[in-house]
Write a protein that binds this ligand. Sequence first.
Ligand code: NAD
Ligand code: GLY
Length: 367
Amino acid sequence: MRRLNVALGARSYPILIGAGLLEEAEAVATLRALLPTSRVVIVSNTTVAPLYLAPLTEALRKVDAGVTPIILPDGEAYKTWESLNQIFDALLAARCDRGTTLIALGGGVIGDVAGFAAASYQRGIPFIQIPTTLLSQVDSSVGGKTGINHPRGKNMIGAFWQPKLVLADTATLKTLADREFSAGMAEVIKYGLIRDLPFLEWLELNIDGLMARDSALLAHAIERSCTNKAEVVAADEFETAKDGGRALLNLGHTFGHAIETGMGYGVWLHGEAVSAGTMMAAVLSQRLGWLATADVERVRKLLVRAGLPVVAPELGVQRYLELMSHDKKVVDGRMRLVLLKALGQGVTWADAPGAEIAAAIEGCCHG
Ligand code: NAD
Ligand code: GLY
């Protein structure tokens, strides 16, 4: 079992990474020790619950914790007020009090919705993340961003609410569909691009083994991703840094969120949209004179080898710009984009000329 720490003062917490942790005594004991009472509510969905709810419930029962399950429908299209209310209804019906711990068992959608429920139920109850997708194990379970989508924009309603523990059982990735696995790789590659050139080079060397889900390579990639995320979050928990900071984790996301919203939630997976958005960011960085053509090709090649799309859907440049104008990084009407000064060196940039942004979008919508 690998153990990392997210250093946030009184809100610090461990990340445990390893195969079989859902049933491993040390991991379950760590979880149990964090519960203020024996009361646990597990939020999962109709795909993940049949796979992993029973072993987790049994492991918790063995340490005298009682479980109430809440099972949501599966999919990005359900990251909504309705799902949030379904959780609140169930918590109230079960008379859950502030000593109840809410556990998210699933991918980023479950983690984000359940985390927001934990942040707001009775003004906040303890929360634990048990991520079961690659994307959630390397990114969404760490850092405390929680929320739901609005028809006008991704993740527009939410709260910062840190978990007490992230428990990533890498054995759960065995049942993950190939398309979902690739989607997670988009966020792994992101860390290399924004701040960790040696990791990017390691990914280029090992991408085939990773795509074959070699367990040692995967454990390394997850640990390195979480280490990067933990460092960034510890330095800028609430994304208030003027330059760089936590906003860098959104490489490709402003473009990508436009794709997700514009296509309809769930049509393009989050990681797929981030991949096409990362290409837009790389091409724009080249247009600004920061990346060489060979750098952009390296980015494209790695994304393609990870099974990810590099050609974006043709929403029309104006529609892209309109959707991007809702981004949370927009300040005083100025769009702040995450771009690349070099491979391994992300930057937040508010001065990209509109014509260059439009040209980068247009250029990435054709194969
Ligand atoms: P997801 O939660 O929709 O999971 C993908 C699919 O895999 C779903 O159908 C799910 O039921 C299924 N699944 C989950 N675990 C499985 C397993 N072990 N075996 C088989 N199937 C399994 O998608 P995701 O990619 O995990 O997360 C995407 C979401 O995360 C987006 O909503 C995105 O906005 C959010 N996100 C949040 C943050 C954050 O910091 N909070 C960061 C990145 C992404
Ligand atoms: N995924 C972006 C963040 O956690 O800040």
